[in-house]
Ligand binder design. Structure first.
Ligand code: G1P
Length: 286
């Protein structure tokens, strides 16, 4: 079955990036002049998906406004002759078909995905965490979709993580099968000594719709939340699940160091300011 829909859970509090996230969602934190979630939506489009569902929560209005048409702003840009910016704003609101559903209680990532059940309507779908950007030649979700087609089971994007970081991730264990791992274990945020490997889940998934039944069976896990990782473990009882090592650079924007890496790495590649920014960096690093 084709993967035609994507879900972006974007309902979390963003506690790791307070106070910046007190009055704006972390998904709106900009990398230079583009909010994080814009990169995520671009990845979806480049992966061939045209239907996006964003799971929002309290205080996430800015996301809806961002992708909406702003007639007053467009009129203003037209009046002052900023044609390029006007075109950019029009393209932004026409980007893709975006739907919203509200997660009324913050019961965790798994619960956020469960809120997408009706919209997904029995099809396989992609999940992209709204606070994670992956810079890669082949869009990260496209990599997952191609492998999903080839292996015919849910695909979880992973990356090798340092031992001291294992407790920040969902970790998968499995056996190598060609380009993927056949998963036999998933643990959300384990202690390093209890982790089945160092393959950390990075926030890109292609899932079969059976995940919704699995989520309904999933009890509160670590942190008192319904964890998506635990629901994928439930899936293992009835179908195969695979993990693929993502080719690309990943930035978890809620993490201060990753945020800075993203700004610097996108900065040096920026068409307008890249060269000057590189000269500046060379000048300050001795
Ligand atoms: C979530 C997932 C976790 C994954 C992580 C990646 O955790 O539950 O499995 O490794 O995203 O960023 P969170 O960071 O929301 O606590």
């Amino acid at each position: 079955m084709e993967v035609k829909k994507a879900v972006i859970p974007a309902a979390g509090f963003g506690t790791r990036f307070l106070p910046a996230t007190k009055a704006q969602p972390k998904e709106m934190l900009p990398i230079i002049n583009k909010p994080t979630i814009h990169f995520v939506v671009e990845e979806i489009i480049k992966s061939g998906i045209e239907d996006v569902l964003i799971v929002t929560g309290r205080g996430k209005r800015a996301i809806e406004d961002y992708f909406d048409k702003n007639v007053e702003l467009e009129d203003h840009l037209r009046r002052i002759g900023k044609r390029d910016l006007l075109r950019e704003m029009q393209e932004l609101s026409d980007m893709v078909d975006i739907h919203y559903v509200r997660q009324k209680k913050q019961l965790g990532l798994g619960h956020a995905i469960l809120c997408a059940e009706r919209h997904i309507d029995g099809e396989p779908f992609a999940v992209l965490l709204g606070d994670t950007i992956v810079r890669s030649e082949v869009p990260c979700t496209k990599q997952g979709i191609e492998l999903f087609r080839k292996y015919g089971g849910s695909m979880v994007g992973v990356e090798r993580v340092k031992r001291e970081d294992i407790e920040r991730y969902g970790i998968v264990g499995g056996v190598r099968r060609g380009e993927v791992f056949e998963v036999d274990k998933l643990v959300e945020k384990p202690k390093p000594e209890e982790a089945p490997s160092n393959l950390g889940i990075i926030g890109r998934y292609v899932l079969t719709p059976t995940i919704f039944d699995a989520l309904k069976e999933t009890k509160e896990g670590i942190g008192g939340e319904i964890q998506l990782t635990d629901a994928i473990s439930v899936l293992l009882g009835g179908e195969k699940v695979y993990a693929y090592e993502v080719a690309g650079s990943r930035y978890d924007i809620g993490n201060k160091l990753d945020y800075l890496r993203a700004v610097v790495e996108f900065g040096i590649r920026d068409e307008e300011i890249g060269e000057e920014f590189k000269r500046y960096l060379r000048g300050i690093i001795r």
